[in-house]
Ligand binder design. Structure first.
Ligand code: GDP
Length: 310
């Protein structure tokens, strides 16, 4: 990928897309396109590709959310992600994109997947019911890349990121992912002097998290160094329980109240921890340690615009 190549980040407004854009610009790529045609409209996407003819495409578009959003909005999530995947990959094919990286999700792995999760475990068991619809949309994206590679010889690859977090995340209470939700809950409890914070589920599920900027860097690295037809996991090699996470956020924020668990709320997948050795063997390394990344995100939230906190 030449520094002056035309690189399109579809979904530049998302947490992951904006991190890819920051990293690309920071690494000296000079021709980064960030426009957002209506991805649900085949004609709009086709017209955009006809006009811009990007050389490289990162697909970070598509609606997503935490366990709450997945339960409340399955139709929205599957439809949006299917349309994004179909429209962007097909237009990239039609207008001769040299290489495309599609970003899937660790929800694509079966609910009771052996850990750490390896790409060969995809499609080997039922999905976690709470995020089945979203995961099916993302699995279709992986399959589209493989099909366009097989039938048309397109260099369309896919990657499965660990749970991303960082500045610019969605900090709404109902739809966000766990780190953003807990940062907000703990900060509000601290500033309002509340005696406890309620954390969903039992606290026992384990998750692997990746800082958005590190993920952006991993995506560029993957675009430059990976050409396999199987997806590649983009993880950090470490996981943490939700209980430990809540304690860490409490400590970083300086909140002295209690953490309580609401086991009426769902846990989702018991563990999500990916085998990212293939990525490391290619030479990629995590840049930001988890604690500093959480601190950065907490600092960002404290100074963020209220529109991010509805
Ligand atoms: P998941 O990885 O798809 O399950 O996505 P989430 O980030 O939404 O949730 C991760 C875990 O954190 C699940 O076990 C949730 O039950 C737990 N969790 C605890 N409190 C919260 C919260 O306030 N919001 C969210 N989204 N998850 C929470």
């Amino acid at each position: 990928m030449e520094k002056e190549a035309k690189i399109y980040v579809a979904g530049a407004g998302t947490l992951i897309g904006s991190a890819i854009v920051r990293q690309l610009r920071g690494q000296g790529y000079t021709n980064v396109l960030i426009d957002e045609p209506d991805f649900t409209d085949a004609f709009a996407v086709d017209s955009y590709f006809a006009q811009k003819q990007p050389d490289y495409v990162f697909v970070a578009a598509g609606k997503s959310g935490g366990i709450g959003a997945n339960q409340k909005l399955p139709a929205v999530l599957i439809l949006d992600n299917l349309l994004v995947a179909c429209h962007v990959t097909h237009s990239a094919y039609r207008y001769g994109t040299k290489k495309l990286l599609y970003l899937a999700s660790s929800c694509c792995y079966p609910k009771l997947c052996p850990q750490p999760m390896r790409v060969e475990y995809l499609f080997t068991g039922p999905l976690e019911p709470s995020n089945e619809a979203y995961a099916m949309g993302k699995l279709a994206g992986i399959q589209l890349c493989q099909a366009y590679h097989r039938q048309y010889g397109m260099n369309f690859i896919s990657a499965i990121p660990a749970n991303a977090f960082g500045p610019g995340d969605d900090f709404s209470l109902g739809d966000s992912h766990v780190i953003a939700a807990l940062i907000r809950k703990v900060h509000e409890a601290k500033t309002q002097g509340l005696p406890f914070v309620e954390v969903w589920g039992t606290g026992s599920p384990r998750r692997e998290f990746i800082y958005a900027d590190d993920l952006g860097d991993a995506c560029i690295f993957t675009m430059l160094n990976y050409n396999g037809s199987e997806p590649i996991n983009l993880g950090t090699g470490g996981d943490i329980s939700i209980k430990e996470l809540a304690e860490l956020i409490r400590e970083i924020s300086g909140y002295t109240g209690q953490i309580r668990f609401d086991s009426n709320q769902p846990d989702g997948m018991p563990v999500k921890f990916m085998d990212s050795r293939p990525l490391r063997e290619l030479g990629w390394e995590v840049k930001t340690d988890f604690r500093s990344a959480l601190k950065e995100t907490y600092q960002w939230f404290r100074t963020a615009k209220p529109s991010c906190q509805s």
